[in-house]
Design a protein around this ligand. Sequence first.
Ligand SMILES: [Zn+2]
Length: 71
Amino acid sequence: MAKFYYYNKNTDNKGNHEVHTEDCSYIPNSSNRILIGYENICQSAIQRVKKDTNKLNYDGCYFCCNECHKG
Ligand SMILES: [Zn+2]
């Protein structure tokens, strides 16, 4: 099921921006997140945000994007 994906403006302790789905309990509040877009899977959301921002430091949230969570 496709969802809206967001990333945290702030980086975590490993220097990564955490990527969340719209319905995650751990999503940052609206002033602290940026919309990536509507995607089917976290892999494509992360691929998209890397391309859009020209940065590579994104990591899926452990809770909502576990398949994309590296550490
Ligand atoms: Zn999450």
